[in-house]
Design a binder for this molecule. Structure first.
Ligand code: HEC
Length: 209
């Protein structure tokens, strides 16, 4: 949004500067004298008509008003009174290194408790963050681990391996601003090893009695 406004502001500025330049350098008369008929005439100079600039200004102003208005819309925060990853952590028993990775790189989008950055107070960034959390939890929610059966848990861990191995997770947009969430090769290895071992546990559980 900011970039869009900046773009329009710059566009208006370029327009004004180039119009002024044409006036100062006398090109105006040259253009309008008919010597350059059918050639491009700067729109700002036709009958002193400033229409394009006015329209751009209106658009920029409108966008500013919209930007201001949406600040009052606040998505509900993903913060639970009783944060509960206990079932997940007990069952999968991540070693300390993996636990640290999950906490700093995954829980913000895949659990009931997000540690919000300050810019979550600014719309539309807040909408974007809320959207990530909603989708993230829709795919994988460590706080609702007990609602999955063994087959699903096994499958979710398989996806964890795939997405961490490919570097798809944690989301790149997240690591832009959370540099501590970026995973080293060794950290990726640790997560994969833990997930592979834990999958066996759930696969055994799926066998018929
Ligand atoms: C910034 C939020 C965010 C963070 C941080 C994050 N994820 Fe995700 N995750 C998502 C979103 C959004 C999706 C849904 C992706 C989609 O729709 O394609 C997702 C999907 C997934 C999926 C399911 C993939 C599938 O194929 O369905 C897995 C598994 C996953 N994430 C694991 C992780 C792990 C492990 C971490 C930490 C290393 C992590 N994520 C960090 C937002 C996040």
């Amino acid at each position: 949004m900011i970039y869009i406004i900046q773009f329009f502001a710059e566009l208006i500025d370029i327009h004004r500067i180039s119009a002024n330049w044409l006036l100062v350098s006398g090109y105006n008369e040259f253009y309008l004298s008919g010597k350059m008929k059918n050639k491009y005439i700067h729109p700002c100079l036709i009958n002193g008509n400033n229409k394009p600039m006015k329209i751009l200004k209106k658009i920029a102003l409108f966008m500013l008003v919209v930007l201001f208005a949406i600040q009052f819309i606040r998505p509900e925060k993903n913060v639970s009174e009783t944060p509960d990853n206990a079932v997940f952590e007990e069952e999968t028993n991540p070693p300390e290194e993996v636990m640290t990775i999950l906490t700093s790189s995954c829980y913000d989008c895949h659990s009931d408790n997000t540690k919000y950055p300050w810019y979550n107070n600014i719309a539309p960034v807040s909408f974007w963050i809320a959207d990530h959390i909603e989708h993230g939890k829709g795919h994988l929610d460590f706080s609702n681990w007990d609602s999955y059966d063994s087959k699903k848990k096994d499958h979710k861990l398989e996806e964890v391996i795939e997405t961490v191995e490919s570097g798809e997770m944690p989301l790149r947009e997240y690591t832009w601003t959370h540099s501590e969430a970026r995973l080293t090769d060794a950290q990726r290895e640790a997560v994969i090893e833990w997930a592979e071992t834990t999958r066996l546990l759930y696969q055994l559980d799926q066998k018929p009695q």
